[in-house]
Write a protein that binds this ligand. Structure first.
Ligand code: FAD
Length: 454
């Protein structure tokens, strides 16, 4: 009997999964393994929302494997040691895993290779599983190991053919006498509170969401993706983060025939772009990609006001309250709130990124940290000192104020765009509002930032 093992990390699907496909094709028995990594848990897995989402995805992966005669095998501890003990017990020759970009993932793969080398098993790290195009497949000219600018990256990305979508395996057969272990509950990852109102993860939900999106709304994406109150983007990011959808399948499914499809696919290239930056510079999850000698202010009261959505700028506060309540924020609101923290308040992007990871359902190291750095001007933005004016952003992207009214109940009675400037309302109206005065003068704050950047 030939047994192979597939280690699931964050590609929690049976469709278009190169590691699972290869394991099933080469052996007559397969161990589909997920390990609750105690180091990640002990280090404070960020976020109750993500933990709940992950647990839901694992349950659904188990259901997908059961439909094919298998089930998900779970263990807790050090993934490398857990794999090693199964390899030894079942005489496994081949272990399959999706290649990934974070420092933790890269170290895990190196350790896995070193450990299994001793037992004579091979480790196959499958690229183009977490990203549409593997970081190493697109290399810039010269001696650079990654693209630091998006436009040339996009050009190369668009010229590169995507691999075809892989069919899911028909049957997954486990070896006999294998104790599968229990499916982890959210608390196995985090004891933090779950605040998201709807946590519906898993491959089945993801595939349904993709069908709905690709069969209609994507057509309007080019015009509607910045419609803040309409919130008319795909909402596929949590599924892409935990790999219940493969980016390749999403790209194939949406195609590039219409302007909407092309603009949407461009966002998938942004995702790959940030992943290739982190793959080459894993330390940039926590260190400036392009340092400017920033001496960030450290004012906890200001950070708390921002986190709680009490800055006195309704467009900022609406975004932050949506994050707390839904575990979600529209991209435009992420840009506005992140710019406010890093440039208007001149507080460290790391504090903002940590808060986002704690609450976002789609919290993703590559996308979150590299977007935070982009906004903070320490990342890949070619105009690092641009400052978004929250009032102008509000007028442009939430012209009637509907987004603000939806997320700030204390301002829900104020009609029209005046809701963006409550300080201009009459004293009588203002005295009845439980809403703070603006915490900074925008012009002064802008000057402070530009002076700090020299
Ligand atoms: C400060 C900040 C933090 C962010 N944190 C995250 C995060 O933790 N996880 C995350 O997935 N995205 C993050 N983004 C990127 C972006 O906001 C979200 O991917 C997007 O809002 C998710 O909504 P959607 O799925 O409807 O996106 P759509 O507009 O429908 O886009 C489709 C997909 O493309 C990818 N994508 C879109 N925009 C970007 C982008 N700017 N960078 C990289 N990929 C992108 C996502 O995977 C997304 O699901 C962040 C952006 C900012 C400015």
């Amino acid at each position: 009997m030939c047994v192979s093992l597939v280690l699931f990390t964050r590609d929690l699907r049976v469709h278009d999964n190169p590691a699972l496909r290869a394991a099933v094709d080469e052996a007559d028995r397969v161990i589909p393994l997920f390990v609750v990594d105690s180091r990640i848990v002990a280090g404070g897995y960020p976020g109750g929302n993500r933990a709940a989402f992950l647990a839901r995805c694992l349950a659904d992966l188990d259901a997908g494997l059961r439909e094919r005669g298998g089930r998900l095998v779970t263990r807790t501890g050090d993934p490398v040691r857990r794999v090693r003990s199964l390899v030894d017990e079942y005489g496994i020759r081949d272990v399959h895993v999706a290649d990934d970009v974070s420092g933790h993932a890269q170290r895990r793969l190196r350790r896995l290779r070193a450990e299994l080398d001793e037992s004579g098993a091979r480790v196959h790290a499958h690229t183009e599983s977490t990203t549409a195009i593997a970081p190493a497949r697109l290399s810039p000219s010269g001696r650079k190991d990654h693209f630091a600018v998006f436009t040339p990256y996009l050009r190369r990305w668009q010229e590169t053919p995507l691999r075809p979508v892989l069919a899911p395996p028909e049957r997954v057969r486990l070896p006999g006498h294998l104790s599968p272990g229990d499916l982890p509950a959210p608390e196995a990852f985090s004891s933090a509170e779950v605040t998201a109102e709807a946590v519906d993860g898993g491959e089945q939900a993801a595939r349904e969401a993709l069908t709905v999106w690709a069969d209609g709304p994507v057509e309007d994406y080019a015009e509607s993706h910045d419609d803040l109150p309409g919130d008319r983007t795909s909402h596929l990011s949590p599924h892409l983060h935990l790999g219940t959808l493969s980016a390749i399948e999403v790209a194939h499914r949406v195609g590039s025939r219409t302007p909407g499809a092309r603009e949407f696919t461009r966002q998938l290239a942004w995702r790959d772009f940030h992943h290739q930056v982190l793959a080459a510079r894993p330390a940039c999850a926590y260190e400036d990609y392009r340092p400017h000698g920033d001496r960030w202010r450290d004012i906890p009261a200001e950070l708390h006001a921002w986190q709680e959505g009490r800055t006195g700028f309704p467009i900022v506060d609406a975004g932050m309250r949506q994050l707390l309540r839904e575990g979600w924020m529209h991209n435009r609101a992420r840009l506005i709130t992140a710019s406010f923290l890093t440039k208007t308040l001149y507080l460290d992007w790391r504090a903002g990124a940590r808060h986002f990871l704690r609450y976002l359902l789609d919290g993703d190291l590559a996308n979150n940290q590299m977007n935070w750095q982009w906004v903070a001007g320490t990342g890949t933005d070619s105009r690092p000192n641009r400052v978004l004016n929250p009032l102008r952003q509000a007028e442009r992207y939430d012209p009637d104020g509907a987004y603000v009214r939806r997320h700030l109940p204390e301002l829900a009675e104020i009609t029209g765009p005046e809701v963006h400037r409550p300080w201009t309302l009459s004293d009588r109206v203002r005295s009845g509002l439980d809403y703070p005065e603006p915490m900074v003068d925008l012009a002064d704050a802008r000057e402070r930032f530009l002076a700090a950047r020299g």
